[in-house]
Write a protein that binds this ligand. Structure first.
Ligand code: ADP
Length: 456
């Protein structure tokens, strides 16, 4: 400011001086020096103001233009003014850029969300939505932005929820991609915020609902399975209490009661096995289980079962490669192997043969297979056999002490050992259950060990 005053005074001084010199040289007879100096100073002031105004106008033009990087005036008060304005503009620009970056990051995070997010304005028109919401409701950004949300999603339960404007809770509705065979269930919740705006969140709850339905079915099935033998037992107890029976009749009733008690025992034991399989850590890869010894134990148990159920009339053939070991849990592997062999015994009529095979495969893995000549399984049942309590032949299963959980246990054990279960069957001819173990779980000490065939 001081410099500006000095320069202004200097300008006036120089103007006055030049005017005085001019008058002295060119018109000494006209007027005095004081008047000419005053006129000179006035003229200088006028020029100074014009010059200053032109600099101000340049700054004004510069401010109006979009390009504010290079200042229009470098020096003086206008120069400093321009520089300060440029600094403020730059800071503003940087703040806007940072805000923009933050907004983009925030939107990217919302895009990455597995839940659907829709921003609605005060009239419930769509302002923004993420990819999951697009999938959940079949929205298209080019077509549906600024559309009223309720015009696009017309499910009756959602329409009622939206119309009631009671957004305390969520509403369940089918997703856009839902079909009869592959249902998709969504939980949709509207959260009002700000000045009349709303945030609509959608969540795919298909898996949660299925798990809940499975839990309900499971509890209902277990209750049913336990209630049946309990009712029978109760009936026999009542008979024994009320009727006077002779020794033979009493023995027969006690026998039937023992059968029902054993049925309940098997069920509880299978349920415990399943819950242990679900709740325990995966079987180790450090402990090696000798397949021959394991299958030999199954062979004895299968012979016993065959004797009890059919009177020792199956031809049981075991072809087991020597020196074969599997990494995992001996108890679990025994349970899986015996469930398959036991099923073969139970569903194969007397006189037919059952073949059990265990050998290394060419890729270093191992195969455990059970072939029977039993009643077989119609093709449509095969995909559901490993479901809990799924039975093809209900009465045969119950008569032979089945719980309906055997193949569910096999499936768990197989998965926990990184193996694969495959089932093939021809009704009336027989079935084949195979477990294929991956190479990292298999040790074959004698690669060329002969397969020993033993008939039980
Ligand atoms: P269950 O205790 O009833 O045998 P599983 O889970 O072991 O239960 O088997 C499920 C159903 O699969 C059985 O009820 C039976 O109908 C069928 N099944 C299993 N193994 C065989 C087989 N080897 N031959 C024919 N049907 C079988």
């Amino acid at each position: 400011m001081l410099i500006r005053l000095l320069s202004f005074s200097l300008f006036q001084g120089v103007g006055a001086l030049l005017a005085a010199i001019f008058m002295r040289v060119f018109a000494p007879s006209h007027g005095g020096v004081v008047v000419s100096s005053l006129v000179g100073a006035l003229g200088a002031t006028y020029f100074w103001l014009l010059w200053d105004l032109s600099r101000g106008l340049r700054v004004m033009r510069w401010l109006r233009s979009e390009e504010t990087r290079e200042v229009a005036v470098e020096s003086g008060l206008w120069g400093e003014f321009s520089n300060r304005i440029r600094r403020v503009l730059r800071n503003n620009e940087r703040a806007v850029q940072q805000r923009d970056e933050r907004l983009q990051e925030f939107l990217a995070a919302m895009q990455a969300s597995p839940n659907g997010v829709v921003l609605l304005d005060k009239d419930f028109r769509i302002e923004w939505f993420n990819q999951s919401a697009a999938m959940h409701f079949g929205l298209d950004a080019r077509r549906d932005l600024a559309q009223h949300f309720a015009n696009l999603v017309r499910d009756p339960s959602f329409a009622a929820y939206f119309a009631a404007k009671d957004f305390e809770k969520d509403v369940l509705m089918p997703g856009r991609a839902s079909t009869a065979t592959l249902p998709v269930r969504l939980s949709v919740h509207v959260h009002p915020y700000g000045a009349g705006r709303s945030l609509l969140l959608s969540r795919d709850v298909t898996a949660v609902e299925q798990a809940e339905a499975m839990r309900r079915d499971f509890v209902a099935n277990v209750s049913h399975e336990i209630r049946t033998p309990l009712t029978v037992l109760g009936g026999f107890v009542e008979t024994l209490q009320t009727l006077s029976l002779n020794d033979t009749e009493r023995a027969r009733y006690l026998d039937l009661m023992a059968q029902q008690a054993s049925r309940m025992q098997s069920l509880v034991s299978d349920l415990l096995t399943l819950s242990r399989l679900e709740g325990s850590p995966l079987p180790t890869t450090q402990e090696w289980v000798d397949v021959s010894a394991l299958v030999d134990q199954c062979r004895q148990e299968a012979g016993e079962l065959s004797r009890v159920l059919w009177g020792q009339t199956h031809s049981l053939i075991f072809e087991i490669q020597g020196g074969l070991s599997l990494a995992g849990s001996a108890t679990e592997l025994h349970s899986a192997f015996f469930n398959l062999i036991g099923n073969a015994v139970r569903y194969t009529p007397a006189g037919k043969s059952i073949r059990v095979l265990a050998s290394a495969t060419d890729d270093g893995g191992a195969l455990f297979a059970v072939y029977d000549q039993g009643m077989g399984i119609p093709r449509e049942h095969i995909p559901r056999l490993t479901e809990r309590f799924y039975r093809v032949d209900r009465s045969r299963s119950r008569d032979t002490g089945g719980t309906g959980l055997g193949l569910a246990i096999v499936k768990h054990v197989v998965q926990r050992h990184g193996a694969e279960l495959s089932i093939a069957s021809v009704p009336g001819e027989g079935s084949n259950f195979q477990i294929i173990f991956p190479p990292h779980r298999v040790q074959s000490r004698l690669a060329t060990a002969p397969v020993e065939a033993i008939a039980a």
